[in-house]
Design a protein around this ligand. Structure first.
Ligand code: GRF
Length: 210
């Protein structure tokens, strides 16, 4: 089986990035996918350290030093991702929008993970918003990316209970634990060609077990 070449983009800690890398090394993505490169837009972000520990090339393209428009910025990412011949792009805690030009370049093969049950609680502070609103269930969502915030066709969601005494510090890690399982699973489904997009609906061949 030819492995799907993945390009990862992250801004922060990179725990999702590392969970995916580990799945390719010794988990469900072994023999199916390989992470070719990590691009990070924030100097000093821990994801770069994680890449180094797994011998994955990493490239820093700092967003706060960029002066031009979004497409010019995205073009720098495309240059790197094309150099590594990446087919599937994963946004693993990338805290910026990507342009339609970027998404089209990769034929829509761009996935994002968000720590809530979309379309509820989009944006940067999902856990805080969940707790403020008082919902009893939250979770995580992996979706294909479109040019709108946390909006594209949903691939998979996992529910997580919210408890009365939860804080961002207790809820966040509980959701994150599932993120680390759901994201690799979605990538596996992609590699196995089991995902079919019809409009904004993603149909999955067969039963999915996490
Ligand atoms: C995750 O909760 C992810 O859902 C969100 O940003 C966070 C990134 O965490 N988009 P990490 O950098 O993968 O540890």
């Amino acid at each position: 089986m030819i492995k799907v070449k993945i390009g990862a983009i992250a801004s922060g800690s990179g725990s999702n990035f590392e969970a995916i890398v580990k799945s390719t090394e010794n988990g469900i993505l072994k023999d199916k996918a390989i992470v070719e490169v990590l691009i990070c837009n924030k100097a000093g972000a821990y994801c770069m350290e994680r890449a180094k520990n797994h011998n994955i090339p990493s490239v820093l393209i700092e967003s706060n030093k960029h002066k031009g428009n979004r497409e010019e910025f995205d073009a720098k990412f495309i240059e790197v991702l094309d150099k590594y011949e990446c087919e599937l792009i994963i946004l693993a805690g990338y805290m910026r929008f990507v342009s339609a030009m970027f998404i089209n370049h990769f034929k829509g093969n761009v996935m994002n993970i968000h720590p809530s049950l979309l379309p509820s609680f989009k944006g940067m502070h999902a856990h805080r918003d969940v707790l403020d609103y008082g919902v009893k269930v939250t979770g995580c969502t992996v979706h294909f990316v479109d040019p709108h915030e946390d909006h594209g066709p949903i691939i998979m969601q996992k529910c997580v209970k919210v408890y009365d005494n939860d804080t961002e510090d207790t809820l966040g890690p509980r959701v994150l634990e599932w993120e680390h399982k759901v994201f690799p699973k979605c990538i596996e489904l992609y590699c196995d060609k089991r995902l079919h997009i019809e409009g904004r609906i993603v149909k999955i061949d067969g039963e999915v077990k996490l």
